[in-house]
Write a protein that binds this ligand. Structure first.
Ligand code: ADP
Ligand code: MG
Length: 653
């Protein structure tokens, strides 16, 4: 150990985090132990995994455990594991940089606002650095399994750390915390035991607590309080949580395990723990997080999934995406399979009979879990806003379970009060009117825009509920979900609309509605010449011009064929750089609107101006961007000017 230590600077962000952590974790100081134990457990998992292909890595020492040793005089706590350890490069990469998951995530969320960031740090935690919550100096001595050289890392958590060689016989990592003055409570063995029980009982390796303990009997006999004896005792259950039976595990343990397995700092919303013993034997423990992990928030298409695979209790791999379909990638947890070989590789898992079979059951159980969660309206709303748009993909991806997934979907609706109050399709069907033939929806950029759509006027008059789809993915979803429980889904702007069967609303609809219902039975031949002239004026930009039976207030709207893309879909595709064919919608005019009636008196250029204006209006109310907005404005002003001038050309009434 003659080599001198080399001093390096922390990255600026690390120092920043360290400062923040020390100052913001006063009330939760004890989390440092959970973090260090969690890392120790991960390190042992990794060792066991590497040993599957190279037994020599055990170096004849296959006793896997974690020790926490207290030295009261020296005021230190040492956390020691017999895991994989770290090489010098690994220490430099993993400790003292921000390349690591927890810290990076935290940094990305940081706001610069001290108070807010303190709250965040509690949410994310920052793993190893939490040692500095209680220590003003941390030493880490580690030797990677299979390597000669051991490494020492040391820091006071203030801008720099030093790195050098060390002597270490045993493989694994040892972390020595030199406690701060205000951290005395952690020198007390029973306090430490309580913390381990609280946060780390589920860890599958034995955790030993070592230190001098006051021996009561002896103290009594000799009348001397200071009598201490060395003690070493195991403080956790040390059986993988999922192997225990459900009724032996309490909620706190499930929650603690979630934080460990998902590297998460939120609480799980719900979980399902299921042991399957049929042809295949496996256990699964799945959680739904409360907060979307950052990767999911960024809608990262690369995110594989959060399930860890164990085979016969041995950790095999993370992100075992093959056990659940992609639309359930927000689920975190464990699959422990007895029928896979221990030396199984990711490649072997891709097309494997056992995996397929487990996946089928796992998917079923996961959907059941969500189904059950949906009975708690408040929790389900939390779930839905976090992961709803991911779950929706299932309608498209999983034909076999399409109806099941559809039952879990939630939509804003005209029956609700605002965008936040959503409904399921089942509830919608409960409320549908007698004779109603479809589940109707309107697609818009916002709830407010949806409600204001001219297409909704007739639905409002008939008191027919309409779903308001605002998520960009919704249209794609409903285009694949043709029907739910044999009732077709239909956009309010598609095809000819026939709501007449429903009559006008019987609960006191006003006279206007009554008139309307009668009037639209058949198209009045009186309009034919006008419609023809308008069509002529508009030419190829519309497929057809007809009188509408869906408008009560607006003068015009656009309608599409059943198979045609909506304006919103076209816009979304264009934004994503795709080419979309020119649209050719049908223009519907409101025969009751006095401006439309006024058209009857016009001809030639003037009629064309008005017709164009009504087309442009209809496009605007769909959220379309006009090719030449300035022309629209000019036209609008010109026509308004004529009206104000009180007559103008062609005005005969
Ligand atoms: P995370 O656990 O989220 O990756 P941490 O800050 O807790 O973040 O740990 C950073 C990294 O340091 C770990 O990913 C691991 O590679 C390494 N590490 C930490 N503690 C140990 C340990 N006891 N043994 C081996 N490697 C460790
Ligand atoms: Mg960690």
């Amino acid at each position: 150990m003659s080599e001198t230590m080399e001093t390096r600077q922390f990255e600026a962000e690390v120092s920043q985090i360290l400062k923040l952590m020390v100052h913001s974790m006063y009330s939760h100081q004890e989390v440092f132990l959970r973090e260090l134990i969690s890392n120790a457990s991960d390190a042992i998992d990794k060792l066991r995994f590497e040993a599957l292909s190279d037994g020599g890595i055990y170096e004849g020492q296959s006793d896997l455990h974690i020790e926490i040793e207290v030295d009261k005089e020296g005021r230190t706590i040492t956390v020691r594991d017999t895991g994989i350890g770290m090489s010098r490069d690994e220490v430099a990469d993993n400790i003292g940089t921000i390349a690591r998951s927890g810290t990076r995530r935290f940094l990305e969320q940081m706001t610069g606002d001290q108070k807010e960031d303190s709250r965040l740090i509690g949410q994310f935690g920052v793993g190893f650095y939490s040692a500095f919550i209680v220590a003003d100096k941390v030493e880490l001595i580690t030797r990677r399994a299979g390597e000669e050289e051991a490494v020492r890392w040391e820091s006071a958590g203030e801008g720099e750390y030093s790195l050098g060689s060390a002597d270490k016989e045993e493989r694994g990592t040892e972390i020595v915390l030199h406690l701060r003055d205000d951290a005395d409570e952690f020198l007390d063995l029973s306090r430490l035991e309580q913390i381990v029980r609280r946060y780390s009982d589920h860890i599958s390796f034995p955790i030993f607590l070592i230190g001098e303990e006051q021996e009561e009997e002896q103290a009594d006999q000799e009348g001397e309080e200071e009598a201490r004896v060395p003690a070493r005792r195991q403080v956790n259950e040390a059986s993988a949580l999922w192997t225990r039976s459900r009724n032996e595990i309490d909620d706190e343990e499930y929650k603690g395990f979630y934080k460990h397995v998902a590297h998460a700092f939120d609480e799980p919303l719900t979980w399902i723990h299921s042991k399957v013993e049929g042809l295949l034997k496996f256990t699964l423990l799945f959680y739904v997080p409360t907060e979307p992990p950052l990767e999911l928030r960024l809608a990262d298409q690369e995110v594989a999934g959060g399930v860890k695979l164990y085979v016969k209790r041995v950790y095999i791999l993370d992100e075992a995406e093959m056990f659940l379909p992609r639309y359930l990638r927000f689920i975190r947890g464990v699959v422990d399979a007895d029928d896979l070989p221990l030396n199984v590789s990711r490649e072997m898992l891709q097309d494997n009979r056992v995996v397929r079979s487990i996946r089928k059951t796992a998917t079923k159980r996961a959907l059941e879990m969500l189904e059950e969660l949906s009975e708690d309206g408040e929790k389900y709303a939390t779930f839905w806003s976090a992961f709803g748009s991911i779950l929706k993909e299932g309608v498209v991806e999983d034909r076999g379970r399409q109806q099941e997934v559809a039952g879990l979907l939630r939509f804003a609706s005209t029956a609700g009060d605002g965008a936040a109050e959503t409904t399921s399709l089942d509830d919608y069907l409960e409320r549908q009117k007698e004779g109603q033939e479809a589940i109707y929806y309107v697609s818009a950029d916002s709830y407010e825009a949806g409600l204001a759509s001219p297409h909704l006027e007739i639905f409002e008059a008939r008191d027919v509920e309409v779903l308001v789809l605002t998520d960009p993915i919704d249209e794609w979803v409903v285009s694949h979900l043709r029907e739910y429980k044999d009732v077709p889904l239909r956009s309010v702007d598609r095809g000819a609309l026939d709501l007449d069967e429903l009559g006008s609303d019987d609960d006191g609809g006003d006279a206007e509605d009554g008139e309307e219902a009668e009037k639209t039975e058949e198209e009045d031949p009186r309009w034919a010449p006008l419609l023809e002239s308008v069509k002529e004026a508009l030419g190829d930009s519309v497929r057809e011009v007809r009188m509408s039976n869906r408008l009560t207030d607006s003068p015009s709207c656009l309608v599409r064929q059943e198979w045609e893309m909506s304006e919103r879909m076209r816009r979304l595709l264009k934004q994503s750089g795709q080419e979309v064919p020119a649209a050719k919608p049908t223009l519907e005019l409101n025969p009751d609107h006095h401006l439309i009636r006024h058209l009857e008196n016009l001809e030639g250029e003037e009629l064309a101006e008005w017709a164009t204006l009504f087309l442009e209006q209809a496009r605007l109310s769909e959220g379309a961007v006009l090719e030449a907005p300035a022309l629209f404005v000019r036209r609008l002003n010109r026509l308004m000017g004529q009206l104000v001038d009180g007559g103008g050309n062609g005005r005969t009434e």
